[in-house]
Design a protein around this ligand. Sequence first.
Ligand code: FEO
Length: 394
Amino acid sequence: MQIRDGIHWVGVLDRDLRVFDVIMKAENGTSYNSYLVQGKEKTALIESVKRPFFSEHAERISSLMELPALDYVVLNHTEPDHSSSLPLLLEKAPKARVVTSKPAESFVKNILNMDIDIMTMGEGDTIDLGGKELRFIPAPFLHWPDTMFTYVPQDRVLFPCDFLGCHFSDDRLFDDLAEDFSHAFQYYFNHIMRPFKKNVLEGIDKIKDLPIEVFAPSHGPILRTNPWQYVEKYGTWSRQPTKDPDRKRLLVFYVGPYGNTGLLAQAIARGAQEEGISVGLFDLLGTDFGDALDQIEAADGIAMGSATINGDAIKLAWDLLSSLGTIRVKGKLGAAFGSFGWSGEAPKLLAERMKNLGFKLPQEPLRVRLVPSEGDLAQSRQFGKDLARAMKAQ
Ligand code: FEO
């Protein structure tokens, strides 16, 4: 599929993939996009593909050129979905030089366990292909430390690696021809780029003055229709939610079968409110996690409550905590609480997990046996007050 004169998509579609990297849904499969850039003198391949798809990839390249004549293989990022077939490729194209960012050099060697002579590129470095130039733009943590973008100024095409990509398989390839992939585009951002919002904004800053007309990412449709709309979406999603600088905000989440942990949550929330901070109270049964993540990102602390069932916290509490890996929580305050019948492990387990995630917990977990008494509720209220005070002191 031609993108510009001398620039072709030679990637592969993985239509049957349903889970990517063990944790990501891929309801529409994915594509491992690879592009052949043919100058008057030299030819470069941008990205390799996942190893099981190598034959198809090689066939597609061979429809445009003799593989042994390939001069460069540019890996914008070395995760195996883009690099695992490299050894097979180099067998067929032995004179091709592998081109990466500087941080990628060791990754290539450790991922492939082979000694390759790599050409590393830094900011503004270029390779002349004859009438077409590859210009390299380091874009660290989008989403690995090794990520870089490759730009062809003559054609105004940017190859931004996973940035602006999505898991979506459609053989019509271009955004204006493919089925609606907006859900996959946002899902990909949320799961891959969201932890690196600062880097996303830095990446946008690096390309914002380039007259790019086509973004050709490493997964999903090629973006050529009003292509900057996609960059704007990344910008919007990456700007931090507005925080009130004058008022701290605590979110209290809870889950339990008989309402007892909910009573503790209400008392904690009330105590915190009495200290003049802003408080949000959420029953995890019915909480939208996407919205909760946005709110947690903008909050100064969270209190997490769960009843104990079979010696453990309830799954919804674990689900919320395990989804926090995609946002920055380091330095926020945390607290754990819960009602229990006889063993009461949940608050301690939640507290431990929160510490490991980077929360600071100024108090021991609050545990109350079965139905909270007036005294228990007063203690919970005090627990909320103390947490709010610690937040205000930060
Ligand atoms: Fe598509 Fe991060 O590899």
